[in-house]
Design a binder for this molecule. Sequence first.
Ligand SMILES: [Zn+2]
Length: 319
Amino acid sequence: MSEKQSKKVKKPGKTGKRYFKTADIFRAALFAALIVFGVIYYFTHPDAAIPKADISVKNNAFRDSLIISFIDVGQGDSSLIIAPGGEAMLIDTGLRDKFSDVESELKANGVSSLEYLVLTHPHDDHIGGASKILRQFEVDKVIMLNTAVDSPSYSRLVSILAESDTAVVYPAQGDKFALGEAEFTILSPASASNEDMNENSIILRLVYKETSAVFTGDAGEISESEVIEAFGASSLKSDVLKVGHHGSSSSTSVRFLQAIQPEFAVISCEKNNDYGHPHGLTLRKLADIDALILRTDISGTITLISDGKEFIYVGKTED
Ligand SMILES: [Zn+2]
């Protein structure tokens, strides 16, 4: 502190030099330590600074960001992606009785219409709520497999599509679609001819500037290998992986993981589900590549935000 400044703090009527007391020095040191701690904590816990309630395209702070919400739909899948301009897509819908959870997430983010509804494969835990989504939200395109199945969910979906203006797209491997400033590529299936419907799942890779995420539906190791053969391991590296088939041991081969090298691995499953998802082996493989494992059964809906350079996670990782 300069002499001039030190004069300013002199009390009126007092004369003579003002000396720092030990307590002043202690207080200054404590203040400096708190600032240093705060800065270190912020950079090591970026999520700590952002209250979850503020994550929404309605919030100006995230208008320039891409938001992915892995919605907690119990034992099922449903991922909402919102591009910086507000263009939105939904990948899968969870079971029919989880529709209100999906609806709430869309509404909380100010989403009233979807550019795309992607239905990875026609199992109930992925398409159960599709007819309700189509009834209550404006959907421009449905991207789905050209494969019929015998189920009430599928029948409801087909009948509402028949009476709506929504375009239906049966994608081919390598097809690209724009979502605002983001873009996604269909990695799989090459043909939906596998006997195991899970292996026909639509796998897509979303890219926003320097960041990327891979969504796998319930694809297993067969599809994963086909994707590596078709695109080459080096082109698949992505920040985020929606882990295949709710963390089942039939998905997430070491080879696929080594290609993707995800920083964040998201598993969508229900607490104490009947299938034993996620499998311990899958968790170990994800831990071995140092991915941050995020689970809807533990954390509820999981939100990842990209500013175009990196994804950050907002929320808790443990009970
Ligand atoms: Zn599933």
